[in-house]
Design a protein around this ligand. Structure first.
Ligand code: ATP
Ligand code: MG
Ligand code: MG
Ligand code: MG
Length: 470
């Protein structure tokens, strides 16, 4: 059975053999796009090549790109622990043609790779095409020999990609794997498509138009190809498991967290172990790319992901920081391909340790408050905005962490009430400051907190740790 590392290598080798330049993954912090929080697809590092603003010495490339989808247009944070196929961090395998080959060769390459190199069974595969893309439809018939019912026409935005309101865009075709009728779910386009039976493994984008500000689409003089396949998803298929969290890499991470906590990965503890393993990857890779936990921007997203994992460590009964003890296992598993993990290992461990120690000072009391506040609520109930704000302000619980915590009980949070409580707090802070005539310690604190984007209040004596932990 091929390992995750072997499956990645087979992909890169296949495209290298077919004249693609093997390009390293770019950083999770996009270097060429200030509007993007994290690199969320393989094409990000090639954006300017696709638009023609930049040229490269090659016309074909292949990558295994580090991707984080935990904010912005693609946010899979709330899927982790709930679906079999979503991570916050994953590796996107891709092949790219910059005005070189187009639809036919892209489909041919994809088909060869998955059926010949990877050996997937043809009768488990199906494809979607954009509603009016007859060319792609006919290519699938010709190349894969699919019957008409295995090529599904989709009208929605899943099958039409665009970079923005203007610029390169075009139809997509996506390849799905059917894990079998013992799993709930239906084919794409059906009412049960959100189930995990039919899993999307590969998206091929045909960049063929240049969208104008008035909405018209001109043909691009040199159409291009951009594809993305989830490494963990194809690994699940090749390793004969349905759930991404059962592949070799996640088995290693989860057994480490089982060993450290002494809690078996079953029942209610299973999602906790999975969330921890997922968040360990995203947070460690973000730290390796220079992000540090803070109260604003990227650093706050990192902090939110870390703390969500740390709450699960608490649920598993960990009585000392867990994440820093797991990081070396991740480095061992993934550090050969991603050398930055090895180089940053000490920083990763130290950053996780400081953050977990710090959050653990308030986590237990916050959890008690949350338990008290939700004890009498039944399914469908709403946690008050004031309580969610107190958790945020006094105990360092990011709002989404609280939402995640109550979701398991079928509850939601009154976010309007939360916003109102936050606004009121800021108002009070300003009024106090004006009233006192001179800059009190408290006013000083409020001004620091406002600048920092206000996420938590852990006591005045903690003032000096308001800045990022490292
Ligand atoms: P889904 O519909 O399952 O959420 P997607 O349509 O959002 O996937 P794309 O944006 O098309 O995904 O990304 C290309 C490929 O990356 C997908 O076909 C899938 O294999 C993989 N992928 C996307 N999101 C994730 C994720 N959160 N975790 C793991 N793999 C993912
Ligand atoms: Mg998605
Ligand atoms: Mg999709
Ligand atoms: Mg897709």
């Amino acid at each position: 059975m091929p390992s995750l590392n072997e499956i990645r290598q087979t992909f890169l080798d296949y495209f290298a053999k077919n004249d693609h330049e093997v390009v390293s993954s770019s950083s999770l912090v996009p270097q060429n796009d200030p509007t993007l929080m994290f690199t969320n697809a393989g094409m990000v590092q090639f954006k300017n090549v696709f638009t023609g603003a930049e040229t490269r010495p090659y016309k074909r490339a292949t990558t295994s790109q580090k991707v984080v989808r935990a904010g912005g247009k693609h946010n899979d944070l709330d899927n982790v622990g709930y679906t079999a196929r979503h991570h916050t961090f994953f590796e996107m395998l891709g092949n790219f043609s910059f005005g070189d080959y187009f639809k036919e060769q892209a489909i041919e390459h994809a088909w060869n790779l998955i059926t010949k190199e990877y050996g997937l069974a043809k009768d488990r595969l199906l494809a979607t095409v954009y509603i009016d893309d007859d060319e792609a439809f006919n290519l699938w018939k010709k190349i894969a020999g699919f019957s008409d019912d295995r090529i599904i026409r989709i009208a929605g935005s899943d099958n039409f990609w665009s970079m923005g309101d203007t610029g390169p865009c075009g139809p997509c075709t996506e390849i799905f794997y059917d894990h079998g009728d013992h799993i709930w779910g239906g084919p794409p386009g059906s009412p049960e498509e959100d189930g995990d039976r039919f899993v999307e493994i590969w998206n091929l984008v045909f960049m063929q138009f240049d969208q104008q500000p008035d909405g018209t689409r001109l043909n691009l003089p040199k159409p291009s190809i951009d594809t993305g396949m989830g490494l963990e998803r194809v690994a699940a298929v090749l390793q004969g498991v349905h759930n991404n969290y059962d592949i070799d890499l996640f088995k290693a991470l989860i057994s480490a967290s089982v060993a450290e906590t002494g809690v078996a990965a079953e029942g209610e503890a299973l999602p906790s172990h999975r969330v921890i393993a997922d968040h360990l990857r995203s947070t460690s890779f973000l730290i390796a790319d220079g992000v540090t936990p803070s109260n604003e921007g990227r650093g706050y997203v990192l902090r939110r992901i870390m703390r969500r994992a740390m709450r699960h460590a608490y649920l598993l009964g960990a009585n000392e920081p867990l994440m820093p003890r797991l990081a070396p296992v991740l480095v061992r598993e993934m550090g050969d391909h991603y050398g930055e993990l090895k180089r940053a290992e000490a920083t990763i461990v130290e950053t996780l340790r400081q953050e977990e120690e710090r959050f653990r000072r308030t986590l237990g009391r916050g959890m008690n408050l949350l338990d008290d506040a939700t004890r009498d609520l039944s399914e469908g109930g709403v946690l008050s905005g004031d309580t969610a704000f107190k958790l945020y302000d006094t105990y360092g619980f990011p709002l989404d962490l609280t939402q995640d915590a109550v979701r398991a009980k079928g509850l939601t949070v009154d976010t309007d009430g939360f916003d109102a409580a936050m606004a009121l707090q800021k108002e009070k802070g300003r009024a106090n400051w004006k009233g006192s005539g001179e800059k009190s310690v408290q006013a000083e604190w409020f001004s620091i907190r406002d600048k920092a984007g206000a996420s938590e209040f852990v006591g005045y004596d903690d003032l000096d740790t308001q800045s990022p932990a490292v």
